[in-house]
Ligand binder design. Sequence first.
Ligand code: PLP
Length: 403
Amino acid sequence: MEMALSRPGLISLAAGFTDSDSLPVEDARQILNDLLRSRKTGRVALQYGSTQGEAILRNATAQRLAYLDGASDTDAAWSADRMIITNGSQQLLYLVSEVLCDPGDIVLLEDPTYFVYLGIVEALGLRARGIRIENDGLDPQRLDEALASLKRAGRLPRVKMLYAVTYFQNPTGITASLEKKRAILSLLRKYERSAGHPIYLVEDAAYRELRFSGEDVKSALAVPGAQDRVIYAGTYSKPFATGTRVGFGLLPEPVFTAVLRSKGNHDFGSSNLLQHLLARALLSGRYDRHVARLRKRYAAKAAVMRRAMEQHFPDSVEWAEPRGGLYFWARTPARLKTGTDSKLFQTALANEVLYVPGVLCYANDPERAKPDREMRISFGSASESDIRTGIARLGASLQELCG
Ligand SMILES: Cc1ncc(COP(=O)(O)O)c(C=O)c1O
C-alpha cells in the first residue's frame, strides 16, 4: 500500500481494497439524512450503544443469515442473542483467538491463508499449523493426519480452534463445500476427547456475499449437531462499505460471554451511528440492491482480468477463475519464484505493477518449506483499464522470465 501511494505510475493488483466507484455514497447520504432528520432517531444513533451491538442490526443480520442457510429465523443457532457486532470481522477474529488460546497454543488453518490473520497468530504468541487446501476446501485426510500426529506428540491439548476462510478464500478464491465443513467438524469432534476440551471451527465468511456465479453454500452452522462448535464471522465491509468497518459474529457459549467481556474491555461497543446506518440499509432494501449491483461489477472486473490473463500470461502459468470474492491466484512454473526478493517481483516492480507474493500467505511451519511460486492478484480496487494494463505488464514480466 505504501509503495502504491508513493509511486503514482504503479498499478497495484495487490491491495485487498474494494471497488471505490461502487461505494454506496448516495445510499449512505440518504440513510444518514433520514436518521438525523428527526432528533429522536438522531439522538439514539449519536449516543453510546451496547457492547453487544444494536438489537435492530443484530436482528436484521441474524435473519439474513438464517435465510441464506435455509434455516428458520426462530432457530437458536441463528439467534440475534448470540450475535456480537464488532469493528470489522477483524476484531472478532482477534477477540476469539485471544479468548480461546493461550501463548504457545496451536491454531490449525488453511495452507495458504488470509495473511493478516497470521499477524494475529504471531501477536498472541500462538503457533500455526497449515493444512493443505483442495479445490473445495481443507483436505480432511491431511487434517486427520495433523491431528493424529499432534495427539501422538501429546500436543492436542494445545489445539483450541481451526480457522478457515470458507467463501472465495483470500488468497486462493476457493470456496469450501458443505461436505468438507461437515468432515472438518466431525474430525474436530473426534479429537476433542484427547484434547480435553472443545475444538472450535472459526468460519470466516468475509466474502460470502460477493458471489457472482454458482450457488451459495450453507455455512457450517447448517451442519446438524455442530452449532455449539461453530463460530461464524461475517462483515459488512466487503459487501457494503469498507469504511464502515461493521462486522459481526455468531458465537456459542461459553465463547460468546468471554468475547463479549473482552470486547467490553477493548471498546465497550462499536460505533452506534454506523450500526444504525447498516440496519437501515438492510431494512430499506438498499443493501440488497447494492449487493446485486456490486456482484455484477465484480463479475465484469473478474472477466476483464481473465481475458487479460488469457492474452498476456504464458501457458505455463496456472490459474483458475474465481466465482466470487476479489482475487485470482496464479502459480508460476517450477523454479520461477514470486517472493519479494525474486526476479519476477523485481521485474514486475520495474514494469510498475504489484501483486501479493504467495509466500506471505503461508504460516511458519517447521514441517514444510513455504511454497514460493504463487501470486495473489486482485481485481477489487483497480479500474478496468488498470486491470488490463497491470496484467499486460505482469504478463510481460512473466514472458521475460519464462523465456
Ligand atoms: C478473509 C478476510 N477476513 C476478514 C477480513 C477483515 O475484514 P473487516 O475487518 O473489514 O471485516 C478480511 C479483509 O480483507 C479478509 O480478507
